[in-house]
Write a protein that binds this ligand. Structure first.
Ligand code: GDP
Ligand code: ZN
Length: 296
């Protein structure tokens, strides 16, 4: 039978659930695919695959199409550094923070942003709980304005009142997005506000609450609308820095770029060296002092 194309939205044991646009088909893998892809994870959610139907409404995956992007993590030493693919082909990462409750932590936000820069994935910031406009939220507004100044897109939302939710939905449409951020910032609430019947439609959302028990990160894609995928799993909620070399870190702060190469010492850690261009830029405000502090 003719091969068809689809996207892997979930895996369980040797079963891969492939979204064909019309249905989710339970597929297994053809042996030769296994032999060809032994290195990295065989097939991850987000992979585009070619599959052929078999009896019983099931399918067999014949091949995996090349990945455009990958979000992976490497286990910490002393385990062997085998790439563990969490999601294949993500288009963007949405880092969800709150205006208050919990108050935004810029250093934590920077960890997410640096992780995205390191894998060259566009990062957007969602500033949720905009309805909580108390005194503390003024500081939050100032903080998020800083990131807008760095050219990160910031979306102000309230899962409670629905403010900004339509704009956020537009950003998610037609893409594969990773939803991440500290717990309690409103990721689940936002998904419900974006697509109130999502849980009904996917029917599997609650399954992710069990994932904590598994040692491997099992991601799942939600497909609230045709061609729109959202990955939201605990494993994606904490990015790690295992494979970021300290000497590379400067490259992941975009606003440092104009000054790199101008330090007296090369390489420069930008911490204690005399005539450091980055430190000088932070002192005169050309680099936001908070971001410099975060880098250090
Ligand atoms: P998650 O851990 O990021 O998935 O966060 P949840 O969606 O579970 O939300 C954490 C808490 O914040 C819950 O008590 C929500 O009701 C509350 N919450 C979420 N979004 C908003 C919002 O926009 N405004 C307010 N005031 N509370 C919110
Ligand atoms: Zn320097």
């Amino acid at each position: 039978m003719a091969e068809r194309e689809g996207i892997v939205v979930r895996r369980h044991g040797g079963h891969y659930y492939v979204d064909t646009g019309d249905a989710i088909v339970d597929c297994t893998i053809r042996g030769r695919v296994k032999r060809r892809r032994a290195e990295s994870d065989l097939i991850a959610v987000g992979d585009r695959v070619r599959w052929t139907p078999i009896e019983g409404g099931r399918g067999i995956i014949e091949r995996v199409l090349p990945r455009r992007t990958v979000l992976s993590r490497t286990p910490p030493p002393p385990r062997a550094p085998i790439e563990q693919v969490i999601v294949a082909n993500p288009d963007q990462v949405l880092v969800v923070m709150a205006m208050a409750s919990p108050p935004p932590n810029p250093f934590m936000l920077d960890r997410y942003l640096v992780a995205c820069e390191a894998v060259a994935l566009p990062a957007l910031i969602v500033a949720n709980k905009i309805d909580l406009a108390d005194g503390a939220a003024d500081d939050a507004r100032e903080l998020f304005a800083l990131y807008e100044g760095l050219s990160y897109g910031v979306y102000y939302t309230s899962a409670t009142t629905g403010q900004g939710v339509d704009a956020l939905r537009d950003v998610l449409r037609g893409k594969l997005s990773v939803l991440t951020g500290p717990s309690g910032t409103g990721k689940s609430s936002l998904l419900n506000a974006l697509w109130p019947d999502l849980e009904l439609r996917t029917g599997e959302v609650s399954a992710y609450h069990d994932r904590g028990r598994h040692t491997t990160v099992v991601a799942q894609l939600l497909r609230p609308e045709r061609d729109t995928y959202v990955a939201d799993t605990p494993g994606l909620r904490q990015f790690r820095f295992w494979d970021i070399d300290p000497e590379q870190l400067e490259a992941f702060f975009p606003e440092f770029r104009p000054f790199l190469g101008e330090c007296r010492f090369q390489p420069c850690t930008h911490t204690h060296e005399p005539d450091c261009a980055i430190r000088a830029a932070a002192e005169r405000g050309a680099v936001p002092p908070l971001r410099y502090e975060s880098y250090v």
